[in-house]
Ligand binder design. Structure first.
Ligand SMILES: Cc1ncc(COP(=O)(O)O)c(C=O)c1O
Length: 261
């Protein structure tokens, strides 16, 4: 019998696993589908120790999970006394207009992982654990040469201070609305734009063709964006971006898309 089964809901592409041999055992990858989630908890609930998911998948192509899915995930993990773990490495620290993505969804996990924006790009990673589980993972169990060093922690401290004492989270909400409004207009103008997705300032523009060339052309034109999951243009503007800069970026994007008609 499988004992500590971990369910992983992350769109792990072949590209990411290539060269790493076999995946560690006792992990099952599941789709973002409420019925599939319920079925696996019905059949294997007593074996499951954790469900790990990204509330908004980043590398996978900017796919926000639904609130209903996350509520169900919370309900099922609580019933089976398994851990609900949110990977907020991309979607945390202000991206959604809230400090943590779980606050945007109003669904509280047991563990959150953080990195990237935590120290505004300075290398750091962290894990936040609810009080009741802190005894499982005590100081000393997991070491890292550069993990949690003084400089990185200080940068994270200052980053969080700026994020929480200035109007940055409000800015994310306001500018997000503006970006989505403008991008829906772009969608109506370019038949190769399939879908606009995202939350806050974590935005995906799915095309019906690869976007690598478009991203390179944007760079030539002075706009840094990137392409994920082959056909999704990913916009992750700075959280303190102002309207004027947003307009400038959107105009470069529009002009570049024109040249790919
Ligand atoms: C959602 C997510 N989780 C985990 C990672 C890996 O983070 P790290 O490089 O800090 O190990 C990444 C990196 O892109 C990520 O986007």
């Amino acid at each position: 019998m499988v004992e500590h089964l971990v369910l992983y809901l992350l769109q792990v592409t072949k590209k990411v696993r290539k060269g790493f041999g076999s995946v560690i055992p006792n992990i099952e990858f599941i789709p973002d589908d409420i019925d599939a989630l319920t079925r696996i908890f019905d059949s294997k609930g007593d074996e499951i120790c954790a469900l790990i998911l990204e509330p908004i998948q980043g590398e996978g192509g900017i796919y926000p999970l639904s609130k209903e899915f996350l509520q169900k995930a919370r309900e099922l993990t609580s019933e089976t006394k398994s851990l609900l773990i949110f990977d907020e490495i991309q979607c945390g620290i202000g991206r959604t207009g809230h400090l943590f993505a779980y606050q945007y969804y109003d669904v509280e996990p047991d563990i959150i992982t953080l990195a990237k924006g935590l120290a505004n790009g300075f290398p750091i990673g962290a894990m936040i654990v609810k009080d009741e589980f802190t005894h499982i993972f005590e100081p000393g169990i997991h070491g890292s040469t550069f993990g949690g060093n003084h400089l990185a922690c200080r940068v994270a401290y200052e980053t969080l201070k700026v994020l929480m004492t200035r109007d940055i989270l409000d800015n994310v909400e306001g500018l997000s609305e503006y970006f989505f409004r403008r991008l829906y207009i772009l969608k109506s103008q370019f038949s190769f734009i399939k879908e606009i997705r995202g939350v806050g300032l974590m935005i995906g523009i799915e095309l019906n063709k690869p976007c690598k060339e478009i991203v390179l052309k944007c760079l030539e034109n002075g706009l840094i964006i990137n392409c994920t999951a082959e056909k999704v243009i990913r916009l992750l503007p700075p959280l303190n971006i102002d309207l004027e800069t947003a307009n400038e970026g959107l105009e470069i994007l529009q002009k570049t898309l024109e040249s790919f008609r």
